[in-house]
Design a protein. Structure first.
Ligand SMILES: [Zn+2]
Length: 453
């Protein structure tokens, strides 16, 4: 994508021109796109059931809650084109960039586990009546062995495997490895009460893709890692796409990026942010601001997380977003840097109408202006230390306090302006003042600009 866009507008230079100050250069974003690792989410869905040698279900377990056909209807868009499925969520939320289809994935016939066993190399005991990590890992190992040795299934063709745990065995909704090698070690387990919850499968597969939870702060100030209901990696279990930082992490969205190199003190970016679900047509659909001007910790780690900004409407895949998110500019913070960097994301605010939001730790002020059906007009201003205008900032048309006004339009600048203002009231002079007297007063005003106001 090109490095600049006609949709990026420079800050208003009108006020600066009035006082003859220099017009600050328009911040120009870099476009950052993480390299996508995968285009195919090739998954085996493995329903498990546990029976003894007589064919009776093992103690504490029972018949599977769904048939293979019912699972296929919940998973594949091709089978259920008119409902949200695991496949349609990945296919549509990523705009086809990561696909889960009948062409690359399948539901295998139920795999029958014995009631207990031992792990071959370690001889560790496991059973199907209790659900610690070592046991459900052993179920997956045993299922893999059965699929390879008895069914001749090529596991390498399906690096992602979702084990649907036996009825009655596990009471969790789902679990998944947080990141995997994308070869053979990508595992998800779904509790038997959630086989039908497609969003649970989407969420756990998302963990395999190195996505951590999407949270937010509660009213009491505590971080709840699940409470971002704008993202499949947070809220469960309604139909959700992924939030802006996760979309950027995966390389599914490019971001206009700013840091100290292209966003100076007092500079303001004004740009049009297209809705996340709209086609990629060169417009920005995400912004990432890395506050590299904030000093890092002594160990070199960043003291303040980058800010991500996106716009979500109720269009298409976002139809089920809550009204508190729909047609809102959504702001997040996250330290995530690369596609394989599992980090929490934090939803900070949802803005609608003309609103101002301060990210104090990063010296940033975000304003929303017009929000339309498919795009939002926003501005981002970087405050200077002290957050006060100076003679220099006023002369240059910069906005050190980020109040949205520069030069003579900003009351804080008036003491620095050589203009007739209430702070520097009009001189009571005749229409044709004596030249010497006028010049003397003029010089006096310039030397003593009354900076205390
Ligand atoms: Zn999770």
């Amino acid at each position: 994508m090109r490095a600049s866009s006609p949709l990026l507008h420079p800050p208003s230079s009108t006020a600066a021109a009035l006082v003859g100050g220099a017009t600050p250069a328009s911040p120009v974003p870099r476009i950052t796109t993480n390299a996508r690792i995968l285009s195919s989410l090739a998954t085996l869905f493995v329903p498990l059931q546990a029976q003894d040698a007589s064919g009776a279900y093992c103690p504490g377990t029972g018949a599977p809650p769904m048939t293979v056909q019912q699972l296929e209807a919940a998973i594949f868009e091709e089978v259920s084109p008119n409902q949200v499925t695991v496949g349609s969520t990945y296919n549509r939320c990523t705009q086809g960039q990561l696909r889960l289809t009948r062409g690359n994935s399948r539901v295998v016939d139920p795999v029958v586990l014995p009631c207990n066993g031992t792990v071959p190399r370690t001889n560790a005991y496991w059973n199907v009546s209790s659900c610690p990590f070592a046991h459900f890992m052993a179920w997956a190992d045993e299922a893999d062995r059965i699929m390879v040795q008895e069914r001749k299934i090529d596991l390498a063709a399906h690096p992602f495997r979702v084990y649907l745990t036996p009825t009655g065995s596990c009471d969790f909704i789902g679990l998944g490895f947080l990141g995997c090698d994308y070869k053979s070690g990508c595992r998800v387990w779904i509790g038997s009460g959630s086989w039908h919850v497609q969003q649970a499968l989407v969420h756990e597969l998302g963990h395999n893709l190195f996505m951590h939870h999407a949270g937010s702060y509660t009213d009491s100030g505590l971080f709840d890692e699940y409470s971002d209901n704008s993202c499949a990696m947070g809220y469960c279990c309604e139909n959700r796409c992924f939030n802006t930082p996760h979309m950027w992490q995966q390389g599914w969205l490019s971001a206009a990026e700013f840091d100290r190199r292209n966003l100076g003190r007092g500079q303001t970016i004004t740009l049009t942010l297209a809705a996340q679900g709209t086609p990629s047509d060169g417009r920005y659909r995400a912004v990432r601001v890395v506050p590299s001007w904030v000093p890092a910790f002594a160990n070199g780690s960043a003291a303040v997380d980058p800010l991500f900004i996106g716009y979500r409407t109720g269009l298409g895949v976002d139809a089920s977003l809550y009204d508190t998110m729909k047609n809102h500019v959504l702001l997040y913070t996250s330290p995530v840097k690369t596609a394989r960097d599992p980090q929490y994301t934090t939803r900070r605010a949802a803005l609608k109408g003309k609103t101002v939001w301060n990210y104090d730790a990063a010296d940033l002020v975000v304003r929303t202006q017009a929000l339309t059906r498919d795009a939002a007009q926003i501005s981002i201003c970087r405050q200077a230390p002290g957050r006060q205008e100076t003679a220099a900032s006023c002369a240059k048309g910069l906005d050190y306090n980020c109040d949205g006004r520069v030069g003579p339009a900003d009351p804080q600048c008036l003491p620095f302006m050589n203009l007739n203002t209430p702070l520097n009231p009009p001189l009571k002079t005749p229409l044709k003042p004596p030249r010497r007297k006028a010049r003397r007063r003029g010089r006096s005003l310039e030397r003593k600009p009354n900076p205390g106001h």
